[in-house]
Design a protein around this ligand. Sequence first.
Ligand code: ADP
Ligand code: MG
Length: 486
Amino acid sequence: RPPAWEAGRQLFSGHDDLMKFADIGLSDELLRAIDESGYNEATPIQAGVIPSVLMMRDIIGIAQTGTGKTASFVLPMIDILAHGRARALMPRSLILAPTRELAAQVAENFEKYGKYHKLSMALLIGGVQMGDQVKALEKGVDVLIATPGRLMDLFERGKILLTGCNLLVIDEADRMLDMGFIPDIENICTKLPATRQTLLFSATMPAPIKRLADKFLSNPKTIEVARPASRNENIEQFLVKTSERSKRDTLRSLIEAEDIHTAIIFCNRKTTVRELAKSLQRYGYKAGEIQGDMDQSSRTAELDRFKAGTINILVASDVAARGLDVKGVSHVFNFDAPWHPDDYVHRIGRTGRAGAQGRAFTLVTSSDDEAIDNIQKLTGYKIPIHGGGAPAADVAKPDRDAEEGEPQRGRSARGGRGKAAAKPEKAPARPAPAAPAAEAQPAKPREDRKPRNDRKPAPARQNDLDGPDDGWNGPMPGFLSVGFDN
Ligand code: ADP
Ligand code: MG
């Protein structure tokens, strides 16, 4: 399975009961082809879209990249087109895709799932010889997959009639918009029968796409798989480059530079949570902790202190924090880059809630490249580096836990009441007694230092490290597949 789908699966599993394809009304031949392709369950967008397409509804399907939107229209189309015959020059259905590659992927899907059906197909994309495609069209095709430019080209030359085309799919509509295809699409829409069925898919719904849908879809059903928090525009995300040894120092610089009202700091391990909370307390921060070794009553007590403002920084592990509903957290810091990309989405979802602006920082070392890559693949968002580059000073210096009193001012210190609350009154003169040995060692060029083995991601989920699930795992809002009529 491709990584994007794996990530998507992780994102959705546990939030939505994945449906079996057999339960959503597809034919036996199709189920056999699906089974042979190795799919086990329908993704949420597929479970939402497929039954409505089979009921001949117009559809607006909104879900992030990698959630399986292609099969959500290809599968029901195969069953719909199974009955009836194609006529010369008159494709029975049309799928518009923004690029050659995406059009070719859709064609592959038809080949894979349509192998027990006798559907004919033509692919009209730029950069390939048109001869064979035109021949296929002349014979008549059930499915025409095209990029808008090439289609208009052939249409204007009289090689296609769109009057028999009763099913239109506009795939990747937001990318169509980016590529300037909206006028072409509008033009194409006017050439199809007004009574056709129209399906529109997009990862986002910018205004021009909404207008297009209003104009060319009739009484559509909107099926939206709520975008995860990572795409929430209320959250500004940053990567902060550092080294294993400078992490605490980098974190404190950030806390100083940011206008912290309330913050949750996530670590991958319980021991890191404990040590970091202690370290921050020694620096005078009003920090508390919540991790899997604590019993429920101490967790509740700590959470109450956080809600009451007695502490304004909560250091947490993933499992302990799951289901935690604290509103108005101004900042999330990932002291460790999460090993699982869905944890990233959960973590940063703690901020930017209810319309409030939030900021999420992820500390990254050279060993986090793969984790960050997976996160970016899942969310489809390239997280910018804070300050446009590595904070060189922080990376090069040894941890100031060991040598400096007052934590340094950040680059863009901004005033604010929250900041006063987070500012340390006093810092210790001595290094943290509980600090790992490596942090107390004298500075060395960081190239000399190998990543420590115990920092390597464990193959298992961190639940193993963080104690069993104990009732703190409430349902996460925002991940459910919702359908509504409009
Ligand atoms: P989108 O168009 O939403 O970006 P795609 O349709 O391209 O997503 O699907 C992303 C990947 O997920 C593809 O490789 C596809 O084969 C895979 N996929 C889609 N649906 C399923 C499923 N139900 N089970 C397993 N893999 C799936
Ligand atoms: Mg797609």
